[in-house]
Ligand binder design. Structure first.
Ligand code: PEP
Length: 253
């Protein structure tokens, strides 16, 4: 099954509006020479407007880094999925390990966020991944399955097909430590088999991204693996040249 590559930049809480505009413009310009890959940028919420304006007229999509699990109401500081859609977002990251670890998001909350995103027409990028201790204890698959379960159980097949999953081993995020292509492929294959337990067609078509210290020099070997359909990129997404080189490393699998 041919799945189109997808590379998503997660800018986290970095930059200013001027930095965001420059970076978005550079990515939009550079992306014009790339084919066969979908690209999205996820700036901080307050920069969505400025980045969206720079991306207009390009093929680069806009995404957000998180969303409220509630659709509207008295939730001070939160942002509804409909508001992100209104700002022309197409994607939203949910359940990033920083949200799980630092802000206490449970897999049930992550599933609720993914549901509100899907209902608003956004593609949720659902992040899963184990900490080092889990890996050392041989618990990686069990952890990833448990993180995915509330989402898989709460969605019908047709809706599930709209989502993207990102495997991000926590020990590889922002550490310079990358999972080897074989380690990543093994977990990606496990994730695809888990989705196949719900629906084989969805498992064949759903895009599963790898995240964790992806750089221009390691991206080609990771993206060459059968079940790795692209990347969720943190640090390297803050430099247009590096990010564009990573985007150019995808190939249909
Ligand atoms: C991330 O934050 O999703 C990520 C993968 O970060 P980095 O690429 O910096 O490891």
């Amino acid at each position: 099954m041919q799945r189109r590559g997808l590379v998503v930049g997660n800018w986290k809480m970095h930059g200013s509006t001027a930095f965001a505009a420059d970076l978005a413009r550079a990515v939009a310009d550079g992306s014009r020479s790339l084919t066969g890959v979908d690209i999205a940028l996820c700036p901080p919420h307050v920069m969505l407007g400025v980045v969206g304006a720079e991306l207009r007229g390009s093929e680069v999509a806009l995404g957000a880094q998180t969303v409220s699990e509630f659709s509207e109401g008295a939730y001070t500081g939160e942002t509804a999925a409909s508001m992100l859609a209104d700002l022309a977002c197409s994607f939203v990251i949910v359940g990033h390990s920083e949200r799980r670890q630092l802000f206490g998001e449970t897999s049930e909350v992550v599933a609720a966020k993914a549901s509100t995103a899907l209902a608003a027409g956004l593609v949720p990028i659902i992040c899963v991944g184990e900490v080092l201790e889990d890996r050392q204890n041989g618990a990686t698959n069990a952890i990833v399955a448990a993180q995915l379960r509330p989402f898989l159980e709460s969605q019908g097949k047709d809706v599930l097909r709209q989502a993207v999953i990102a495997y991000e081993p926590v020990w590889a995020i922002g550490t310079g430590e990358t999972a080897s292509p074989e380690q990543a492929q093994a977990v990606h294959h496990f994730i695809r088999s888990t989705v196949a337990g719900v629906d084989q067609a969805t498992a064949d078509s759903i895009r599963i991204l790898y995240g964790g210290s992806v750089k221009p020099d390691n991206a080609p070997d990771l993206f060459r693996m059968t079940d790795i359909d692209g990347g969720l990129i943190g640090g390297a997404a803050l430099k247009a040249d590096d990010f564009l080189r990573i985007c150019g490393s995808t190939q249909p699998s």
